[in-house]
Design a protein around this ligand. Sequence first.
Ligand SMILES: *[C@@H]1O[C@H](CO)[C@@H](O)[C@H](O)[C@H]1NC(C)=O
Ligand SMILES: *[C@@H]1O[C@H](CO)[C@@H](O)[C@H](O)[C@H]1NC(C)=O
Length: 294
Amino acid sequence: MYTLLLSALCSVLAVRAAPLERRQTITPLTSAQIAAFTPFTHFASTAYCQPSSTINWSCGANCNANPDFIPVAAGGDGGSVQFWYVGFSPSQASVIVGHQGTDTSEIEAIATDANAFLTSLDPTLFPGVSSSVEVHNGFADEHAKTANQILSAVRTAISQHGATRVTIVGHSLGAALALLDGVFLPLHISGVSFRTIGYGMPRVGNQAFADYVDAHLSLTHINNKKDLVPIVPGRFLGYHHASGEVHITESNVWESCPGQDNTSTLCTVGDVPNIFEGSTSDHGGPYNGITMGC
Ligand SMILES: *[C@@H]1O[C@H](CO)[C@@H](O)[C@H](O)[C@H]1NC(C)=O
Ligand SMILES: *[C@@H]1O[C@H](CO)[C@@H](O)[C@H](O)[C@H]1NC(C)=O
């Protein structure tokens, strides 16, 4: 009788403890942690500005938000090649690489393109990475257009400023490119640490890619509310997010979501179960008050 009671009590406790435990590991960021992303959010937004204005840091509010930045190179045409820039941020003690994104309908079109497929990484750009690591061919093609120019600019920035850190940022398609650069650049440059911070990042590759990223790169991908871009391409097509999600909830809490594609309703996959429940207007932000665009 006593044993029965005890085990009944234990199972009640177990049932009650489980959701509490789960609740604890999805952790809200402190306001200081959220504020620490602000310069990088501006850097991601700045990538929407014309290269002629990022090369001398004259792009207005976006540039003025990081006033000490020293540009090294900028390029792209905003059409067939996304804008990008590279430089050094003394206040962040980091080289910054910024990649332009697209609007919601264009990124949705690319990510859900019925003709898209998963493909191995180009062994010239990504030497030594297993062919089982596959990414969306559209993202790989976009990345290849600027890969070598950016590699050369990052090398220059590192040597000019004695940098030990490289932070790659982008929003939307720019986040996908920033993730691919986060895999690509460390294969060619040693002795510095790399970090990618993406906003509204779509899924970029397969399970092996997500696992590769988890093992090799420091990644944070920040998703705003009901933004649908982070849930495309779908997991049913074989795409997976790497770890490092931060999900901004409807009540503006920044939740750090452990694991890959966490299905909790506090995280994007649980909060946005399909694109019909997603919102196109949440894609651009605001991310702690900052809306993406130049
Ligand atoms: C999602 O987060 C919970 C914590 O609430 C954790 O226990 C679980 O393992 C995570 N899920 C995945 C798929 O990583
Ligand atoms: C920045 O460069 C552009 C053209 O490349 C030029 O028109 C503009 O005057 C420059 N601005 C500053 C502040 O130097």
